[in-house]
Structure formats: structure tokens, C-alpha cells
Write a protein that binds this ligand. Sequence first.
Ligand code: 2HG
Ligand code: ZN
Length: 465
Amino acid sequence: MTKPSSYSINRRLTGLFDTDDISVEDQDLLEYGQDWTRFYKPDPSAVVFPRNAQQVRDLVELARKDHLGLVPSGGRTGMSGGACAIDKEIVVSFQKMNAIMEFDRDDATLTVEPGVVTANLQQRAWDEGLFYPVDFGSSGSSYIGGNIATNAGGIKVLRYGMTRNWVAGLKVVTGNGDLLELNGGLVKNNTGYDLRHLFVGSEGTLGFIVEATMKLTGQPLPASVVLLAVPNMSDCLKILQVFRKGLTLNAFEFFSDNAMEKVLSVSEFSRPIDTESPYYVLLEFERSDKTALERAEASFAKCLKQGLLVDGIIASSEQQNKQLWQYRERITESITSRTPYKNDIAVRPSQVPSFLRAIEQVTSRYFPEFEIVWFGHIGDGNLHLNILRPEDWDVSSFKTACDELNHHILDLVSTFKGSVSAEHGIGLLKKAYLPYTRSEREIDLLRNLKQVFDPDSIMNPGKLI
Ligand code: 2HG
Ligand code: ZN
């Protein structure tokens, strides 16, 4: 890959883009050259803001000719370094391709450009009397293109699945410069390999999404949030079984008490329930009929009687629902200053308790001084393991120690036949760990696929494989 100076790249790009749509300013290079991962130093040579698919194709052509790396950039809320440009690449920001192009009521779809902020898509669906259900803490800044490229998950996967389930059609520009139109919004299309799904979760390594048609569904019924104090992690799944009998659950999340403490320390909030407990479960159920609340109360009483929980609260208003969600959604922000080393791992839900215990043992054997904050989508078997940097450690020694520890952690992921990335993707951060989840032969095949769509390795080079 060529590593052009900002001056020379600027000159080459001016033939393709208006000067307003190119930047080599230090501030922009810094801002657009990284996502939420804090372990990499951004070092792109330029940032461009295409306004249409043809400009993306022209850019790919230039990149192929001049051996330039291209890094796609959305809302930059990723946590695996998938949108970091650290080696003089050109950052391709989709910020200016942010139109909601078409709503189709009969098909219940929205066709959008990749730079549409997830929350704007959700809002537009809602305004049309429909619902886009994929949701997460960063919906207010993440872009739909990035959601698709990483197959984003979130807090409602238990009920609605991941982003992949909602992609009805895609237009992509591949590393060959081809513009592919994939599936075109069809509900049924059994015509062999579904290339659309190859691009979902491909992290920009095969091509860039320039348009997407997203499926919508009916608006959900009102819901209520329940927060439960749970002494033993292994009881979370028993609680899930009790509550899901007779109730439709939208979410089933958990977090540890130190996660709760961190949120309290960065907010004005007080403890939502008096009893402190090592773990908390936050669940949301749909009030599908008049008796749903009674069934939830009965489930609560049953769990209490069986000693699965010691305290809890059922929200009694929409405002209280929102408030309770805050204890879960503000965890990420509350630990940022401790440069958390993140693992976003999955095992089968039934394996979560023994897996969690095994990880705690291995961490305290090698680094007893490390504090772990646990939270995640336990109903999906997805744990967010955040190891906090001790205050007196510098970032680089901390990362080196965690990289070393991670081999032990990921040995456990292998043993439990889990995944090294449940929803955040591989990017740069998890690349070395792919073999813990994918066989050597499988990785070879991924490489071959990459070669087909991106023969010159210009599309998000160095990421994923
Ligand atoms: C969440 O579930 C996100 O809140 C972020 O996936 C997880 O900060 C994390 O590790
Ligand atoms: Zn998550």
C-alpha cells in the first residue's frame, strides 16, 4: 500500500471531490481516523466526504491505480478499531450521504443512504406508524451503514434479532469498483448464494455500502421494565425461564454491582433498589394484555420464594422505564476514563455462569489487581467483559498485559465453543484472536472471498483478516 503525504493525496483527490468534501486538517484526521477504540493512534492521509455512489466508485478506481487504502467511516462508535485509519489510508466518511430516500408503506421498508443516524431511521419509521427495532446505547450517533457493516446487535436482540434480519436490500461498491444491487427489497428470493448477507458484518473489507433498504415491523405494545437484585449469577437463567413463561420479553440484560457503582459515580442517580447484590437483571416485557403486569408480579413472587432474587422493582411509568434503562445503558460511559480492555464474547446462554466463573479465576490468577466490570445481553449469552486499567498503570503496559491475559481468556472461549466477538466485530482489536473462533480452513476461505471482491486489498486494509 502506498503511504502518500497529505499534500500529494489532496492533489489527487481534487479531481474527484469538491474542495469542501476533502480535508487534510489535523483536527479532522484525528477525529475521523478513529472510532471509540482508544488503543490506536489515528494517522490517515485525508478524509473525503462522498455525496453519491459514483464518487465512491471513482475513488475506488483511484485507490486501485495508486495502491491507496480506504477506510469507511460512519458514526465512529465501533469498539474493535474497525473504523481506525492508522496507516495513511484515506478515510471515506459517509456523513454527507445521509438522506432517507424512500418510505414504502406496502413493503414496510425505508431506503436510506449509509450516513443516516440510526435514531433518525428509528424516528422516521415511528412517524410512519411502524418500528425499526434494532437499538443500542449509541443509536443517537451510529450510522446505519456502520450498523450493517458490523451486523450491530444491541439490547433487543432477544426479541428482534441483529441488524442482519432487517436488511432487505443493499447497494455496495466493491473493491473491484463494481456497483452491486443485492436483493432489491424482496422478501423471498431463493436464487442461490445471498451476497447481501456476505456484506452484512464484513466490516468494509469487501466493499462499501452506498444504499440500504431496511425492513420495518409493527409498533410494539407498551412495555414495562423490571430490575432485580440477584445474589447468584447462575440463577439469572432460572429467572429468565420463569419470566419468559407467559410473558413476551423484549430484553433480558444483566450487570454486576461494580457496574452499578460506576454509573452512580458519574450520575446524580441513587440506588434504584435498597438491597445491594452482586448482580442485577434488567428485563423488559410487553404489556400484551391487561393481565401481563399481574403475570410479571407473579413471576417476581415465584423467584423471590425460590431464593433466586432478593429484591426488585417493576417500573410503573414510561418515565421510570427510561430511568431504569439508564443504569444499564450508562455503564460504558461510566468506565471510559479507565481505558477498559473490552471483550465482547458469546457462549450458549446455558454456559454463561460456568464461563464467567472460569474467566474470573483465570484473571485473578494472572492479574489479581485487575478489576472486571461485567454486563451484557445475558439472554443472548453475550457478555461484555470490561477489564479496567488500574489508575497507576499506563495505557500501553495495560494493553500489553491484557493482550497476554486474553490468550488465556480466549482459550476458555474456545473450550466453551463460544465466539470472540458477539456483536462488536473483529476490526483491528480482535484480529489476532479470530483463530479462537474460526478454523484455519475457514479463515483461508474468508481470505479467498476477500480476494474475489477486493483483489488489490484496498478496502479497509488490515481489518478482520
Ligand atoms: C452495550 O451493550 C454495548 O452496552 C457496549 O455493546 C459494550 O462497552 C461495552 O463493552
Ligand atoms: Zn452490547
